[in-house]
Design a protein around this ligand. Structure first.
Ligand code: PGA
Length: 270
């Protein structure tokens, strides 16, 4: 029997909207964006807004940001805390600057060859440093046409969570992002997303039990726009969105945040 405590329920009621800027916006543009966005949106208690700029802008934005309004996320980091790893940044160095970190984004997996083992190490490093990892999982077009979606989600979830205890699971966010929908403008069908999210929760239940499965934070991502945001957010089990292209414009992103707020207000009235 799934049993959610009040605290867990409150965390779940809060929609998580993450803007992943990827390798876009320089430091000046990032600062202007944050200024603009803070004017455009009110501080909604039912929506947590997270910005993931390039690593270069993180430090300056961390000084500019009002943490009650927005949180910051790293797009990537290396899992060891320090050492001779030229060009890398560690989770321990990001500690205090970011509250979240993306892990295993499809571009990291498919362009930079990141494996489930890397993801697993990074998830543990983030949690050890008080940063919430957002584990991105999803099937490629090939996996999908070969009916491998369930197996891929299963393997990426088990791989990513291998070092995580049931106590630590509440620190972790899962983002379902079908690779073929990321950055392509291709929309995943609502029914397919719903099914994938159910599979993910079922897998979490197998690993950690029904309570953990019910309270886990699971997001959807992949070519989400102002028009599609509310529909994805209304799906059962979807606790938020991971947004790339549509987060690059502060006006467009603020519309999505407003829709997330409106959606949860409507849901409460039902
Ligand atoms: P997109 O990117 O919204 O541009 O498809 C999603 C992501 O990077 O997570």
């Amino acid at each position: 029997m799934i049993n959610i405590s009040d605290k867990q329920q409150m965390a779940q009621d809060k929609k998580l909207i993450i803007g992943n800027w990827k390798m876009n916006l320089d430091m000046h543009e990032a600062s202007l964006y944050l200024h603009k966005l803070s004017k455009l949106i009110k501080n909604h208690r039912d929506v947590e807004v997270v910005l993931a700029p390039t690593v270069l802008s993180l430090q300056s934005l961390s000084l500019q940001v009002n943490l009650r309004q927005f949180k910051l996320a790293a797009q990537n980091f290396y899992w060891r805390d320090m050492g001779a790893y030229t060009g890398e940044v560690s989770a321990s160095q990001l500690r205090g600057i970011v509250q979240y970190a993306l892990v295993g984004h499809s571009e990291r997996r498919h362009v930079f060859g990141e494996t489930d083992k890397d993801v697993c190490n990074k998830v543990a490093a983030a949690v050890r440093n008080g940063i919430r990892p957002v584990i991105c999982i999803g099937e490629t077009a090939w996996d999908r046409s070969n009916n491998e979606t369930q197996d891929v989600l299963h393997d990426q979830l088990i791989g990513g969570l291998a070092n995580i205890t049931s106590e630590e699971l509440s620190q972790v966010v899962i983002a379902y992002e079908p690779v073929w929908a990321v950055g392509t403008g291709q929309n995943a069908l609502l029914g397919d997303v719903r099914l994938a999210i159910m599979m993910i929760r079922k897998q979490i239940e197998n690993l950690y039990g029904a309570t953990a499965a019910a309270s886990a934070q699971v997001l959807y991502g992949g070519s989400v726009t102002t028009d599609s945001a509310a529909d994805y957010l209304a799906l059962p089990g979807v606790d938020g969105l991971l947004i790339g292209a549509a987060s690059l414009n502060a006006y467009v992103f603020s519309e999505i945040i407003k829709r997330a707020h409106k959606g949860s207000t409507l849901a409460k009235k039902d």
